[in-house]
Design a protein around this ligand. Structure first.
Ligand SMILES: [Zn+2]
Length: 118
């Protein structure tokens, strides 16, 4: 999981982990705390009913079709690596959920991770 590098445009979204836009804006504009934002994100993710186990997690492409997320895929968000290192980013929270579901995760916020060096 990573913050997108300049040349990465993405193939689609993983709806199971996309935060509610209004709630994200409320957090970024200081109307709610990080704890409130995370709590809402976790609640939405659970209530969404998505199956995030390996083999079942889906990405939605630009044309609306879905494809399975597979080994070696990179999930990105727009937060910086420093934000992820502070655990103030939902890709870190997503990683925890994915690990619980059986995925092996390598995050760009982890120290000395050769997969994400530029
Ligand atoms: Zn993020």
């Amino acid at each position: 999981m990573a913050s997108p590098r300049p040349w990465e445009v993405g193939d689609g979204t993983v709806k199971a982990f996309v935060p509610d836009r209004q709630f994200l804006q409320d957090y970024k504009q200081g109307r709610i705390s990080l704890v409130q934002y995370r709590s809402r994100w976790e609640s939405d993710q659970r209530l969404g009913g998505f199956d995030i186990r390996p083999g079942y997690l889906l990405a939605t492409l630009a044309d609306g079709s879905t494809v399975p997320v597979t080994d070696q895929d990179t999930l990105c968000c727009s937060c910086s690596v420093d934000t992820a290192r502070a655990h103030a980013c939902h890709r870190v929270w997503t990683a925890l959920e994915l690990q619980r579901a059986g995925w092996e995760i390598q995050g760009d916020w982890e120290d000395r991770n050769p997969f994400f060096e530029l």
